[in-house]
Design a protein around this ligand. Structure first.
Ligand code: SF4
Length: 379
């Protein structure tokens, strides 16, 4: 299949692996964080660590949108869903993320709340049009990739004059999270990082220029990478070369899609509808300043937090769950005692086991078999 098979070619992967092995300096470490959950999934699915020298370590970052959503925000969504007559719409993975007390939106639905899975925010708008006598709330989550459609749907709701549609906005920002990770490098528990495999889809919207200040300020190279295995392998080679040369630049491996300026129309639409929150709680990262968006006062009629005076209470994760350390790159899924026993994709205890982009789910689906093979066990 054009644009897919070509980026999964085994012979090319072997050649890239040979180039990486030849150019990686055995006297140094290359600790590379893949920010996106899409990269985490591709790395696990295609077994990329097996193709790399031991001194190149790939570290999962906080780029899975479901994983970084804190339990307190899901609690708020569940509270909304329990409002009599209200319909709460959201994306599929969000339904299964455990909130406090092990409740989830799926469990709230089983108990009678009208919670609906949608493929796009436009579906939520259609539901609102079909039920003018009921309040319909779209629970919006995700990074810059999913933010423009939410902005578009708010603008459309305004044009249509819909009085029964609003959005519970939980959109978060990639560069702010990367800055927070680097600002936390002084913490004794922080994992040392030498470079970043930069987001793919997010960068189609914000452009690779958005990381230039970050790379210069923190002296860390960033390579914007596509999600196919050869994309990631080529990005690793580009990072190795930058680190060998002592460079800290932004390079764009995903040039077939990403430009320096990004999608200006999408950016303008988001700027029109959203403004920065002073701070936002991330699962794993804690409170991060200027790292999320809220709906501007001009569109207050479509802001569920204002319409329903929604409170937010920070709540701790399940005490057995190591998601916070995994999202900071400090631990691996297998370090968690619940991994694969009390916590599986069918019955997730923590957010990282819910989405296929979550580190625990990716490791459960792919890596544990390789680990078992290496140990000579039956998985
Ligand atoms: S295996 Fe489950 S409980 Fe453990 S860190 Fe991952 S999501 Fe949390």
């Amino acid at each position: 299949m054009k644009y897919i098979d070509a980026f999964r070619d085994g012979e090319l992967a072997r050649r890239l692996a040979a180039a990486i092995a030849a150019e990686a300096d055995p006297a140094r470490q290359y600790r590379l964080m893949e920010f996106c959950g899409g990269h985490t999934h591709a790395i696990a699915r295609y077994g990329l660590p097996d193709l790399l020298p031991a001194n190149i370590r790939l570290i999962h970052g906080p780029g899975c949108p479901v994983c970084v959503l804190p339990a307190g925000r899901i609690d708020s969504a569940i509270e909304l869903a329990r409002e009599p007559g209200l319909i709460l719409c959201t994306y599929a993975d969000t339904l299964r993320v455990p909130a406090s007390g092990g409740v989830s939106l799926l469990k709230a639905r089983a108990a009678g709340a009208d919670v609906r899975m949608v493929y796009s925010c436009d579906d939520a708008l259609t539901i609102a049009q079909a039920h003018p006598d009921r309040q319909v709330v779209f629970f919006a989550i995700g990074f810059e990739t999913t933010t423009p459609p939410t902005a578009a749907v708010i603008l459309r709701a305004q044009t249509l004059g819909l009085a029964n549609f609003s959005v519970f906005c939980n959109h978060v920002l990639t560069p702010a999270a990367m800055v927070h990770i680097m600002e936390s490098q002084a913490d004794p528990d922080a994992v040392a990082l030498d470079g970043f495999i930069g987001p793919a889809h997010v960068s189609t919207v914000i452009g690779y220029g958005a990381y230039e200040g970050f790379a210069a300020q923190y002296c860390r190279p960033v390579v914007i990478s596509g999600f196919e295995p050869l994309d990631v392998m080529q990005s690793i080679l580009m990072l190795v070369r930058q680190l060998n040369d002592g460079r800290a630049e932004v390079e764009n491996q995903f040039s077939r899609v990403v430009s320096r300026e990004g999608n200006l129309k999408a950016q303008a639409m988001c700027e029109k509808v959203f403004e920065l929150r002073d701070e936002y709680d991330w699962r794993g990262l804690g409170t991060v300043p200027l790292s999320a968006l809220r709906i501007r006062a001009e569109y207050a009629a479509f802001d569920a937090e204002r319409r329903f005076a929604l409170p937010y209470r920070a709540v701790p994760d399940h005490k057995a769950c190591e998601c916070a350390a995994i999202l900071r790159g400090q631990k691996q899924p297998a370090d968690c005692r619940a991994f694969g026993t009390a916590c599986t994709p069918e019955r997730p205890l923590g957010a990282c086991m819910v989405s296929s982009e979550g580190a625990c789910a990716a490791h459960f689906t792919y890596d544990r078999f390789r680990a078992a093979d290496k140990n000579g066990d039956a998985a």
